[in-house]
Design a protein around this ligand. Structure first.
Ligand SMILES: Cc1ncc(COP(=O)(O)O)c(C=O)c1O
Length: 452
């Protein structure tokens, strides 16, 4: 997870940013507009695109907006019938969801064994749908953690068949300062400012998913019914309630970009890639890395494969994630984009010491799995399947497990220096998400004294 530095966060507490109504008269928001303009310009410089809309509030909303812009472009060129959107099997789930919401028909493109888009399958499907092809959505670098080596040919094939290329830029952290998405041939992309540009991410908090486009799509960018001078000349309408999405959080990205400077942003990208490769290198002998680029390295993240372990020992990715809590870690992304795996994106923000602490914990967990595999540990009662261990359980008079309390609570020496005490043990996994459970009090609890 990227660091959200205090210096980036403090400006949003300033009433000048925090207390402005989104529809405040334009002459009262000139400072805000200056900040938005300057951030827009920096994002255009970094992406290589020509125009930008700050309206979408999330990456997914940026996808919908970008696809609506593409549809408007086709309509303006008398190609409103183009309604097929090619999406590779490696895509984030929001891609097909956004395409469907934009009224497009999703056609899935296969990936090869290395996680890359299968270019022959792409060419074949582009050919089949050539009269109806509206767009392709491609994530670069991909959610498989690889730089698609064929990205420029992919864009070329789509253009040849009359489509537009939507680049999902959620992984832009692996590109800034090294290359520009417009240069690979994309027509429009979204940026996750809440991922790449230091806005705190997760927990459903406000995000920003601006879209950047080439000249030919700029006329269709969203406008706003209340606030003038927003969007293109033939806008698709508004996609969010406010003209610039959630502008209150833009000072965070502005501060991040300006404090880092060009050299700092480039260095962050290099470190993010280096860190992901360091983790891949340390973990691979213990948990094989699923996908790699042609020459061996991964991009900004790596997927480690736990499926052979699960097959051999019944220890699942959930068990490893829960055991990581005993080591003081929140688990990385689980079972996505490949079920039964873990995806690790350290970003540039983690120090080598922290990466080593994490790798050491994972390697120690692998040793615990080995013990189950070799019969030294009970497959039905071991530190993994009982994790996480709470203070209440560890300090209870009754301890019945075949391993020690010490093994449970302090699985390696690093944990002693900074022990995190999990407040709860496992409850019921995703059971509550998948089953409607009524938590209302029983009906007789509502019975009042008067009608007893
Ligand atoms: C590759 C990719 N695309 C799209 C999204 C959607 O972004 P958001 O969660 O802001 O809607 C994400 C989110 O993490 C992502 O990783």
């Amino acid at each position: 997870m990227k660091l959200n530095a205090a210096a980036e966060m403090i400006p949003i507490t300033d009433p000048g940013f925090a207390d402005i109504h989104p529809f405040a008269p334009v002459d009262q928001t000139t400072g805000y507009r200056q900040l938005i303009d300057s951030l827009e310009q920096r994002l255009l410089d970094l992406t290589g695109f020509d125009a930008i809309s700050m309206q979408p509030n999330a990456g997914s909303q940026g996808e919908l907006t970008g696809l609506l812009v593409i549809r408007a472009y086709h309509t303006a060129h008398h190609h409103a019938h183009r309604d097929v959107c090619l999406i590779p099997g490696s895509a984030h789930g929001t891609n097909p969801a956004s395409a469907t919401m934009a009224g497009l028909r999703v056609v899935v493109v296969n990936c090869d064994d290395q996680g890359n888009i299968d270019v022959e399958d792409l060419r074949h499907k582009a050919e089949i749908h050539r009269d109806k092809l509206a767009a392709m959505m491609v994530t670069y670098p991909s959610t498989h953690g690889v730089f698609e080596q064929s990205i420029t040919s992919i864009c070329h094939i789509i253009h040849e068949h009359g489509g537009q290329v939507y680049l999902d830029g959620a992984n832009f952290n692996a590109m800034i300062g090294l290359c520009r998405p417009a240069a690979v041939g994309a027509d429009v992309m979204h940026l996750n400012l809440h991922k790449t540009f230091a806005i705190p991410h997760g927990g459903g908090g406000p995000g920003m998913g601006p879209i950047a486009t080439r000249h030919h799509l700029a006329p269709f960018l969203p406008n706003h019914p209340v606030v003038p001078n927003v969007g293109g000349e033939h806008p698709i309408g508004a996609v969010a309630a406010a003209p610039f999405g959630s502008p209150m959080i833009l000072p965070i990205s502005w501060m991040y970009i300006h404090m880092m400077g060009d050299a700092g942003l480039c260095r962050a990208t290099q470190l993010a890639i280096l860190n992901a490769n360091y983790i891949a290198h340390r973990l691979d002998p213990h948990f094989p890395v699923l996908y790699r680029g042609r020459n061996g390295p991964v991009a900004h993240e790596c997927i480690i494969d736990l499926r052979p372990i699960t097959k051999a020992t019944n220890i699942t990715v959930d068990d490893v994630a829960k055991r990581l809590i005993d080591f003081g870690f929140h688990a990385p992304t689980m079972s996505w984009p490949v079920a039964g795996t873990m995806m690790i994106e350290p970003t540039e923000s983690e120090s080598k010491a922290e990466l080593d602490r994490f790798a050491d914990a994972m390697i120690a967990i692998r040793a615990e799995i080995n013990a189950i595999e070799s019969g030294r540990s009970d497959p039905a009662d071991n530190p993994l399947i009982n994790a996480p261990h709470t203070a209440e359980e560890l300090t209870a008079d009754n301890w019945t497990h075949p391993y020690s309390r010490q093994t449970a609570a302090y699985p390696n020496p690093a944990v002693r220096a900074n022990k995190y005490w999990p407040p709860v043990s496992r409850v019921d996994h995703a059971h509550g998400d998948r089953n409607l459970i009524c938590t209302c009090p029983p009906i007789d609890a509502h019975q009042t004294q008067s009608n007893v």
